[in-house]
Design a protein around this ligand. Structure first.
Ligand code: HEM
Length: 484
């Protein structure tokens, strides 16, 4: 039944797209005298290049296009005519210097699922207000207080993986870790019953998010929409409780609840819920994906792993063999580990590109980007361009001993929608890597080469691995006795 409906919808969209092709040509003719559309192929009607984009290795897909057409090319993905831009200048043009000509854009089905009032979907005053609140709750001054709690979450996750000597799906487990840290930064210390309910329902939303968007009862998408409603209700209950107890917390929920605009207007419950779920959503898969890649890269390069261990063991020693908690200052002085994180963000480029939509006809370098077309700055291509990163397919953390050229390294985006959670994401990585390499070891099961989407690119099969708690090594003992 589901499949029949999907086919009918696809046929409908196919026909509407076919009928819109002549209009697209007209647009070109009308404006052809001033500028023309970028080179490129639109692929099959409706489907365009969507299948290739989501089935091929992203490095191969983008490189092929760029080699053939250059740094600006047109294509057709996810039902939309689009222009892809693969140069740092073009990315800056779209995201920073001419950001007012482009608006954020997401498929309606995804917007409905996250919540239409979430900051991603907005521009102007509303976006600026919300961004300030989200940024304050995720600023270094705020998150430095979270180090001990993130440590507890990291240690408990690692202990649970190493407990049974069973094969762990690393990505799935890291999703639980990043979810728990997300909850901590949004709600502070949240009662267990709420954490569990949020977790259960969020899982259902997560499963339905990438499924075919039909509201037919019983489908993953319909179940996800119901779970999404329940998430809003749970957030409402937590807000009520805080209001009754007159709690003034300095977490994201606290910032959102206390906000008043110039006219004294507060945010509605729906606006608060949409933004909370939006932040959770932005925080979970991204951080889990990159951490999974880091575990793979370290596993595949034992020499690098030993060097990272040495850096972390020195800190472990300073802390009396983990008897004292990590400090914020320690997480700021892990230079090699930081380079490994940066190189992993570059190599994996988990956010390969972002989407905007031209709000007017835009001319860029003699090419026309018609109003309504999607515009995709390609972070991955920039991160894999040998002009900025020599030998780009080689993992080489030492390349970050020198700062990359300006605007060539954008794992967290650029401009007014750039990631406000980047400091928290890095903190999570530092804390997890510290405890992982000082007290555990891991073996990847099978030869896990290749990439899979989950929805960001992740190592094949989520990197199945076995984790062990390791006895302290003679080197660690020596360090500890030296410290004593
Ligand atoms: C390694 C992990 C992460 C990566 C690679 C990442 C990447 C990005 C990128 C590239 C954008 C910009 C998207 C665009 O311009 O369209 C973005 C936006 C955003 N990220 Fe992250 N992110 C990560 C972790 C986090 C975390 C941990 C949080 C929150 C706790 C977070 C919250 C957000 C939010 C709220 C936005 C939307 C900002 C806006 O529209 O103004 N992210 N992220």
């Amino acid at each position: 039944m589901d499949t029949t409906i999907s086919i009918l919808i696809y046929i409908f969209l196919f026909l509407t797209t076919l009928s819109s092709y002549p209009l697209m040509r007209k647009k070109k003719k009308k404006t052809g005298s001033i500028s023309e559309l970028p080179p490129g192929s639109m692929g099959w009607p409706y489907i365009g290049d969507t299948l290739q984009l989501y089935s091929q290795d992203p490095n191969i897909f983008f490189a092929k296009k760029q080699n053939r057409y250059g740094e600006i090319f047109k294509t057709h993905i996810l039902g939309c005519p689009s222009v892809m831009l693969a140069s740092p200048e073009a990315a800056r043009f779209v995201l920073v210097t001419h950001a007012h000509l482009f608006k954020p854009t997401y498929p309606k089905s995804k917007e409905r699922m996250i919540g239409p009032s979430a900051l991603f979907f907005h521009q102007g005053n509303y976006h600026a207000h919300l961004r300030k609140l989200v940024q304050s709750s995720l600023s270094p001054e705020t998150i430095r207080k979270l180090v001990p709690d993130i440590e507890v979450i990291a240690i408990s996750a690692l202990e649970s993986w190493a407990g049974g000597q069973v094969i762990i799906n690393t990505f799935h487990e890291l999703k639980k870790f990043s979810f728990d840290v997300g909850i901590l930064s949004i709600f502070g210390q949240l009662e267990g019953k709420y954490r569990e309910k949020l977790g259960e329902n969020y899982c259902i939303v997560d499963k339905g998010y990438n499924s075919f968007p039909t509201k037919m009862p019983g489908t993953a998408y319909a179940k996800a929409l119901s779970a999404r409603k329940r998430l809003s209700q749970i957030v409402s209950k937590i807000i009520c409780e805080r209001e009754e107890k007159k709690l003034l917390e300095k977490d994201l929920l606290g910032y959102l609840m206390n906000f008043k605009d110039q006219k004294g207007q507060s945010l509605t419950r729906d606006q608060i819920a949409d933004n909370i779920i939006g932040v959770l959503f932005a925080a979970q898969d991204t951080t889990a994906s990159i951490l999974t890649w880091i575990l793979k890269y370290l596993h595949d390069d034992q020499e690098l792993l030993e060097a990272v261990k040495a850096e972390q063991n020195a800190i472990y020693g300073e802390n009396d063999g983990g008897k004292r908690p990590l400090t914020w200052a320690q997480t700021r002085s892990m230079p090699l580990t930081y380079r490994v994180i940066q190189e992993s963000l570059r190599m994996a480029s988990i956010v390969s590109f972002t989407f905007r939509e031209a709000v007017v006809d835009v001319e860029y370098k003699g090419y026309l980007i018609p109003k309504g077309w999607k515009v995709l700055p390609l972070f991955r291509n920039i991160h894999h361009n040998p002009e900025y990163f020599p030998d780009p397919h080689k993992f080489d953390a030492s390349r970050f001993e020198v700062a990359p050229k300006p605007h060539t390294f954008m794992p967290f985006g650029n401009g007014e929608h750039a990631c406000p959670g980047n400091e928290l994401a890095k903190l999570e990585m530092f804390v997890l890597i510290h405890h992982l390499v000082t007290r555990f070891r891991w073996e990847v099961v099978g030869s896990q080469s290749g990439i899979q989407y989950g929805p960001f690119p992740i190592p094949m099969n989520g990197l199945p691995a076995i984790f062990w708690k390791q006895p302290s090594s003679p080197k660690q003992d020596a360090l500890l006795s030296h410290e004593a």
